[in-house]
Design a protein around this ligand. Sequence first.
Ligand code: WTA
Length: 663
Amino acid sequence: MTDVQSTPDSPALENLLHETRTFPPTPAFAAQANVQAEAYERADADRLGFWADNARALLDWQTPFETVLDDSAAPRYGWFTDGRLNAAYNAVDRHVAAGNGDRVAILWEGEDGEQRRITYGELAADVARAANAISALGVGTGDRVAIYLPMIPEAVVALLACARIGAPHSVVFGGFSAEALHSRILDAEAKLVITADGGYRRGGASPLKPAVDDALAKGGTAVEHVLVVRRTGGDVAWTPQRDVWWHDVVPQASAEHEPVWVDAEHPLFILYTSGTTGKPKGIFHTTGGYLTQAAYTHHAVFDLKPETDVYWCTADIGWITGHSYVVYGPLVNGATQVIYEGTPDTPHKGRWWEIVQKYGVTILYTAPTAIRTCMKWGEDIPAGFDLSSLRLLGSVGEPINPEAWMWYRRVIGGDRAPIVDTWWQTETGAIMISPLPGVTATKPGSAQTPLPGVVAEVLDDAGHAVGNGQGGYLALTEPWPSMLRGIWGDEKRFAETYWSRFPGVYFAGDGAKKDEDGDIWLLGRVDDVMNVSGHRLSTTEIESALVSHPWVAEAAVVGAADETTGQAVVAFVILRGGDEAADRPDDDAEVVATLRGHVGQAIGPIAKPRSILVVSELPKTRSGKIMRRLLRDVAENRSVGDVTTLADSGVMSLIQQGLAKPA
Ligand code: WTA
C-alpha cells in the first residue's frame, strides 16, 4: 500500500476531471429502456428486497429461497441461502421450456471463416450430452474441472456442462503458459482438463494441447482425464487412457440429463487473477447470487431485448468478462450473441466491423485498449462498414480516456449509441458502477454511478467518505449478490486482502475521485497490480519469474503508461556475477531477449515485459523496499521525483546514466 501505481492525485489524471461534456439519453432511447430511474429509489428504500425481486424475476428456482442475505459469517456473506437452482438450466433449458428453443443463442465465427449458428434447443442438447460425457469420465458434483480452450462454442458448452452437474469450473486463459496452467490445476485440485488441439489466432493454428501435456508432466496433479476438442486438426501427442477426444464421447452421449440442483451457495466457478503477491488468487463465486447480478446487470446496463438484439461481447472466456457477459448473463437472459474466435486484425483490420455489419450487431461490449488500437489504425477502416445497427456500446477493463470515449461514440456509435463505461472486477463478479443507458447523462471517461442495489464510496486514508471534488480509495460498503465468496483454499488471504484496509468494508484496490456532481472517476490500481490491455498482471509475479532465471540477481517491475495498452510492463534487472554468469552473452540485447522469453514461459506471452533494462542498482528505501515510483518515472521518461527517502540517493543517477549507454 505504500507503493502506489497511480495515486488519486497524479497530475495526468487531474486533467481528466475537467471533462464537462455530457450526453443525455435520447427521449426515444429513454422511453424504451429496460430500467428507469425508479430502480435507484426502489433499491435505496429496500436493497435486499430489490435483489430478492430480481433473483425471483430473472431466475428459475427449483426450491424458492426465503433468506435473502446471510451475514452471520461475514465477510463470507451468503445470498438466497435456502434456495436451490441450477445455472445451466437457467442459461438454456428454461428458454426451451418457454418455447424459445428455436431462437439462436450463438452466432459463432471462427477466425478462419468457419461459421456456426446454434439455437437454444441445440445448445441445451449439447450441454446435456457434455454433462453426461464428463460424468462418465468420473467427474462428480463438487469436483473441479480445468478448462483451457479457444473461443469456440464448445467452450460455452463445457462451462455449462460443469455447471449442470455442480462441478466448479476453473477456466485458464489460453494465453497462459504450461507453468501457469500447472499451478492453477494444482491449486484447484482439478480432476479433469478440457482443452483443444489448438485454436486460430493471427491467421494460423495456435496449439493448446502441448501446454496441457507439459503442465501435467510436471506432476502432482489430481487430473484423471483430458478431454480434447478437435479444432485445428493438427497432430497432437496422445496419452492413451488419460486423453479422450470430445468427438468420441460427447456427440454419442444421451441428450437427456437431469440437472443437479444445488444450493444457492454451491461454488459455480474458480477464476484465478493476479494479486499483490506472486501467487495468483483463485477467486471463487457461487451460484444464486452470482447469476442474479450477472443477469440483472446484463438486462439493465445493456438494455437487452432478447427478441431483437444481437449482442456481442469481445472478451475471451478466460477472463471474468467472458464468464459474466459471454456465458452467464446473456444466456440467462435469452440473448442472441456473436462469439468470434480470433484477433481483430485477421485477415484485415476491419474484421470486427465486418462482423458487426454481417450479423447486425446492436450491442457491443469491448475494452478501451481495443478502441485505442482501432483509433491508431484509422477511422476509415470502420467507415468502410455499415455500423448503423449498433444502438449501445460498452467499455470495460480499465479507465477509458475521454478521447477514446469520444472516438468510440462518434466513429463506432454514429453519435447516436449511448456508451456505458462499466467498472467491476473478477472479485465483484458483475458490473458495479456504470451509467444506466436510458437514465444517465453520460460523461466521457467516468463510470459515474453505482448501479441500483450497489453501495460504493470513495474513502480517504482514515476510511471516511470524501466529499465531491475529492479523491481516495474505492470501497464497496454493503454486500452485493455476486461478490466473491473467498480465495480458494486461503481464507486468511481473503480477509487480509479485501477486508482489513477498512475493517468491514470491501477494499477494491482502485483509486477513485468524486467530481463536483458526485460522479465517480476510476483512476487505476493503488496496489502492485498492473493493467495491461485490460489484463491484470502482478508486478511481484513477474519479478518472481525474472529472478527464477539463473542470470538474474534482483528484479523490479513497474507498469508504465502506454498509449495503446493503458499500461506496459517495464522491468529493471540486476544481473548476477560469478558462476551463474558463465553462459551469459555479453550483449545486453541477447540477455533481454532471453529474459523476455523466460517470463513468457513462466506466465504467458501477455506478461512479457515491453522492455527490460539492465541496471547495476535499484532504488531502495532504508528499510529495503524498492521504490517503484521512481522507476516508473524513468520508465515514463519523466524527471525523477522525490528521492529523499532513498538509502543511497546516488542510485537514480546511476540508473539514468546506465540507460544513456547503448543496451
Ligand atoms: C480495472 C475486469 C476503470 C480496475 C472486469 C479493476 C476499470 C480491474 C474498469 C479489475 C473501468 C475494470 N474503469 N477501471 N470501467 N473496469 N477496471 O478483475 O482497476 O480483470 O480493479 O476485471 O480493472 O480487473 P479484472
